[in-house]
Design a binder for this molecule. Structure first.
Ligand SMILES: Nc1ncnc2c1ncn2[C@@H]1O[C@H](COP(=O)(O)OP(=O)(O)OP(=O)(O)O)[C@@H](O)[C@H]1O
Ligand SMILES: [Mg+2]
Length: 222
């Protein structure tokens, strides 16, 4: 079954597009069939995908009311997609609401600062209210981005999420120049950035949250 993963955070610049492109390109390397939908008028995800360095499909959807029909149509693709990623803009919007409603997993990036943490918490509450309205279980997790794990501020922000019962991945995405290079080259992250992105993916896999890795289609037969 095709999984839909939406990356949502109402505070801008928290690392949504970085997280999405890193995870999508690692999954492509593992043999997944991936499509990414950019819904952000800045179209950064589309610019990355257009470089054609990663073997995935992409499209831009600007009409919030068309997002769910678009996702439904992509779910019927033959051959089937393993995963549909949806990127959203860094503000609260009807589009973000539809992206949450369309998804089976929500990732909420947050850098280690108070403004991002507040945005992440509000976004998590927003996901909960959409899930309640739809009477649907939508797992949602904060992913800490661009961090230096050894600093007090990283620990303080992580502790605040834990104290407020906002679920988060234990793995954190480290501050690595390779993520900026990935954005400009359109490739998979390299070197230390790749290892950091792999730790995020491994944490998600360990929690059984990525259906591609549960479905027996991975690893591809040797
Ligand atoms: N782990 C990281 N290491 C280094 N730089 C990072 C990391 N994560 C994000 N960044 C940088 O932070 C900036 C914002 O990241 P990104 O564009 O992914 O955020 P966004 O949430 O998609 O922003 P927007 O709300 O504008 O769409 C970019 O310059 C990106 O390169
Ligand atoms: Mg973005």
């Amino acid at each position: 079954m095709t999984q839909v993963i939406s990356v949502v955070q109402e505070k801008g610049g928290a690392g949504k597009t970085t997280l999405l492109t890193a995870l999508a390109s690692l999954m492509v390397e593992d043999g997944a069939k991936v499509v990414v939908i950019d819904t952000d008028p800045q179209r950064h995800l589309e610019s990355w995908a257009k470089k054609g360095q990663t073997s995935l499909d992409w499209l831009y959807e600007e009409d919030d009311e068309k997002l769910i029909p678009t996702v439904k149509a992509l779910k019927k693709n033959d051959p089937p997609y393993d995963v549909i990623f949806v990127d959203t803009a860094g503000f609260k919007s009807a589009m973000a609401m539809h992206a949450i409603a369309a998804a089976n997993l929500i990732l909420i990036p947050s850098k280690a600062n108070e403004a991002d943490a507040k945005g992440a918490k509000r976004t998590f509450s927003h996901v909960q209210s959409v899930a309640e309205t739809m009477e649907k279980d939508i797992p949602a997790l904060v992913v800490m981005m661009d961090v230096d794990a050894n600093t007090n501020i990283t620990q303080a922000i992580a502790d605040a999420f834990d104290a407020q019962d906002v679920p988060r991945l234990q793995a954190m995405c480290a501050h690595r120049t390779g993520f900026k290079e990935m954005t400009s080259t359109g490739q998979t992250p390299q070197g230390p950035a790749k290892r950091s992105a792999q730790s995020i993916l491994a944490d998600l896999q360990g929690r059984g949250l990525i259906s591609f890795y549960r479905s027996g289609s991975w690893p591809k037969s040797a």
